[in-house]
Ligand binder design. Structure first.
Ligand SMILES: Nc1ncnc2c1ncn2[C@@H]1O[C@H](COP(=O)(O)OP(=O)(O)OP(=O)(O)O)[C@@H](O)[C@H]1O
Ligand SMILES: [Mg+2]
Length: 414
């Protein structure tokens, strides 16, 4: 800003064009201007000539008589000069009728001098016009820069948001992989029993053949027993592949069904570790079919449930290790459903160690863990999935027995 003001003071650098069709006045003006120390680039008689000259001369300011001979009057010429070359104009006129003045005003002039005027008036008018014009130009430049900056900032923000999303996706995918490892473990466990049974059936087939006991009835029973076991194995695998299925778009799915799916995979492993798992309605009523439907990502939802169940299991184990259970007390995980008109609440309560007030605020932070072998992303991911991707809520609270995690999702009325 200071630099501009200094520049303005160097008036002698200011180059002025005079457009005036009365020679005497024009010459007089030229003398006054040069006397003040300004440079007069040319004196022209008509608007047309002014436009032609201005293209080469590019004066800093034009002194313009309003009434000119020729096709264009001063106001029109001023408008063209502004449009074509961005040259500011100061009007000179002896004519001050209201209409002309209003027209002149409409052309946004940088000054308006009524003849006769004083030398100092002229000087100030030119100085002001040049100053005003430079300021306007600087302002325009600044707003252009600002606009550009805004645009590039907008792009950067968009870019960062996009990158963040991408990172989130990668993290979700990563933690899903970890969960899948856990699931594989469960599948292996699940398959052991049907595989044993099938083994026994085949052994029996062998013996029956030796003793000639194979008849129609035997074959029928053998095939239905084997199919039953195979179906069981196949169900485990399809539960698992449902879990692994990447979800690109939101779909309508049944929360209860998805939860049953996960529980079916982990139940026997939990029970082997003396952890009972119960699913029920919080008010003791029976489950109504199709009452727990939402829109979202079922695979990711299952991942959340698995994370919470794993945490519950860890907490029960750790309580057991510190011998805090009353003798003979089992671990317990209770999953309770409740619904309102527009949402479904799933609370998962355990009777583990509970969450101390000291860390309650931190458990959803990424990489916060109190476990020696924990990463600390289970709950962070879960919150991200439920709250950012499925418009729901996930929060922790304490119960008398231990910890409780509640997933709240919007209900899709069928
Ligand atoms: N049911 C629970 N009872 C008590 N504390 C819990 C329970 N669930 C989570 N926490 C606490 O919250 C912390 C963060 O849990 P989170 O699932 O995010 O990570 P983590 O289980 O430690 O590691 P991982 O990344 O393997 O899941 C746990 O370390 C534990 O201290
Ligand atoms: Mg965890």
């Amino acid at each position: 800003m200071d630099m501009n003001i200094n520049k303005l003071n160097e008036l002698s650098e200011t180059r002025v064009m005079i457009v005036e069709d009365e020679w005497i006045i024009a010459t007089n003006l030229q003398n006054v201007l040069e006397d003040i120390g300004l440079t007069v680039t040319s004196v022209v008689l008509s608007g047309e000539e002014a436009l032609k000259r201005a293209a080469d001369e590019r004066p800093d300011v034009v002194l313009m008589d309003i009434l000119l001979h020729g096709k264009m009057d001063g106001i029109e010429t001023a408008e063209r000069l502004r449009e074509l070359y961005d040259i500011p104009v100061v009007y000179l006129t002896s004519h001050t009728d209201e209409r002309t003045f209003q027209r002149a005003k409409g052309s946004a002039p940088f000054g308006y001098l009524v003849k006769p005027f004083e030398r100092t008036e002229l000087r100030y008018a030119i100085e002001m016009a040049v100053y005003k014009h430079r300021m306007e130009k600087a302002l325009r430049e600044k707003s252009r820069q600002l606009e550009e900056l805004n645009k590039s900032l907008e792009l950067k923000v968009k870019d960062e948001v996009e990158k963040g999303r991408h990172r989130e996706h990668m993290l979700i995918q990563q933690s899903k992989l970890a969960a899948m490892g856990e699931m594989m473990f469960n599948i292996a466990h699940h398959w052991r029993q049907p595989l044993n049974i099938i083994g026994l059936l085949i052994q029996d087939l062998d013996e029956a053949s030796t003793f000639g006991e194979i008849d129609d009835e035997y074959v029928k029973k053998m095939s239905s027993d084997t199919m039953e076991q195979l179906n069981l194995m196949s169900k485990t695998i399809s539960d698992f592949s449902n879990f692994c299925k990447p979800s690109d778009t939101k779909i309508v799915f049944d929360i209860k069904e998805a939860l049953d799916n996960v529980v079916a995979l982990v139940k026997s492993q939990l029970e082997n570790n003396q952890i009972n798992i119960i699913i029920r309605k919080s008010d003791g009523s029976v489950f109504e079919p199709d009452s727990y439907v939402t829109v979202g990502y079922p695979g990711e939802f299952k991942q959340v449930i698995l994370s919470i169940l794993n945490n519950a299991k860890d907490s029960i184990f750790s309580k057991r290790l510190s011998s805090s259970y009353v003798h003979g007390e089992d671990g317990e995980i209770i999953i309770e459903f409740s619904e309102t008109e527009d949402s479904v609440h799933v609370s998962i309560k355990d009777n583990g160690e509970g969450i101390s007030d000291l860390i309650r605020d931190r458990i959803f932070e990424p990489y916060f863990t109190t476990k020696t072998d924990g990463i600390g992303i289970g709950l962070y991911m879960s919150k991200l999935i439920i709250e950012n991707y499925m418009n729901g809520k996930l929060y922790a609270s304490s119960t008398e027995a231990g910890a409780m995690f509640t997933v709240q999702l919007q209900r899709q009325i069928q």
